[in-house]
Design a protein around this ligand. Structure first.
Ligand code: PLP
Length: 313
């Protein structure tokens, strides 16, 4: 989908014009994929706007850098303030926020340690990510997710998304909305940019963190909301065929939010409609982020912007 520009981008402590946020083609990241990033949404509530789980996203941003020996040079609190500053400067809400840190210009060679670390934060309007309101039609990808001890999936690194691109391209070329990757053991991992949940017999299942998944912040929010709603949750390895006999299945993610799956490998998930547990979780999630229910977990950080109607896809 085309990128919608805003006015300012935060760069290493300064707000700069969007069109000046450029890098040199010889920057380390361009050649060796040395970046980590985040994706965050700001939602609007009646008369106000709030950024969803900002602190947790900034903690994961720093953690991703830490795994790659890439010190971001800012505390979680400083990064949190930087996000608030850029969102308020651009005055766009609802919006998607994209912090990115990478190894910049000056050295050549694989070892990144002497290349400078650059941190940027942009925000822009962005609507629905997984197409279709009738539920997503997904496939199991022929590409596996990253094997343990190859690329660390707990780091949200740009390079991990080469694997995601293979999964997503293959799915779309074959007429699906999205693909699900299996892990190195052939067990269910996650979508190219989403965590996966499955319901069977009233119990909610999701793969654990050892199944080559990103430790999704929406995933952790859904686990909390499921417990609030009295739904039994099991984090466990999931065999592929469990998906075919699921009563319900859904993706979660900052971009995908809560998206129910209509079919997997052209096998309908039950009758293909959003089931009762998915509906309960979906409605609870949107009630909290849209402010129709109180923010009982303090997940929204307020920002001072003029509140607009939500943007479409
Ligand atoms: C591979 C992958 N898994 C899961 C997620 C969901 O994570 P979160 O809920 O933190 O956005 C994402 C989204 O960024 C992702 O790219």
């Amino acid at each position: 989908m085309p990128l919608q520009t805003t006015e300012k981008i935060w760069h290493n402590g300064q707000l700069i014009p969007w069109e000046q946020a450029n890098i040199h083609v010889m920057s380390h990241v361009v050649h060796y994929g040395s970046s980590v990033f985040e994706g965050i949404r700001a939602y609007t509530q009646p008369g106000r706007a709030g950024i969803f789980r900002l602190h947790e996203h900034m903690q994961r941003f720093r953690d991703s850098g830490h795994i790659y020996r890439m010190p971001l040079g800012y505390t979680v609190e400083q990064l949190t303030q930087a996000v608030i500053d850029v969102v308020e400067a651009n005055g766009v809400a609802p919006c998607y926020i994209r912090p990115v840190a990478f190894r910049g210009y000056g050295e050549i060679g694989v070892n990144p340690l002497k290349s400078p670390v650059e941190v940027y934060i942009a925000n822009f309007p962005w609507g629905k990510y997984v197409p279709g309101n009738e539920g997503a039609n997904v496939c199991i990808s022929s590409w596996n997710r990253l094997a343990p001890n190859t690329m660390p999936t707990l780091a949200k690194a740009g390079s991990n998304y080469m694997n995601s691109q293979l999964i997503r391209m293959e799915a779309e070329v074959n007429g699906y909305d999205e693909g699900i990757g299996l892990d190195v053991n052939g067990l269910v991992s996650e979508g190219s940019g989403e965590n996966l949940f499955v319901v069977r017999g009233g119990v909610l299942y999701t793969p654990g963190l050892a199944s080559s998944v990103l430790n999704g912040i929406t995933r952790s929010s859904i686990l909390t909301l499921a417990k609030d709603l009295g739904i039994e949750v099991v984090e466990a390895p999931i065999p592929r065929e469990f998906l075919y006999i699921a009563d319900e299945a859904f993706f979660t993610g900052t971009a995908a939010e809560v998206t129910h799956l209509r079919s997997i490998d052209r096998i309908l998930v039950a009758d293909g409609k959003m089931g009762p547990i998915t509906t309960a979780i979906h409605d609870e999630f949107f009630a909290l982020v849209n402010g129709t229910k109180p923010d009982r977990h303090n997940w929204l950080t307020p920002v001072k912007v003029k509140v607009e109607e939500p943007v479409g896809a």
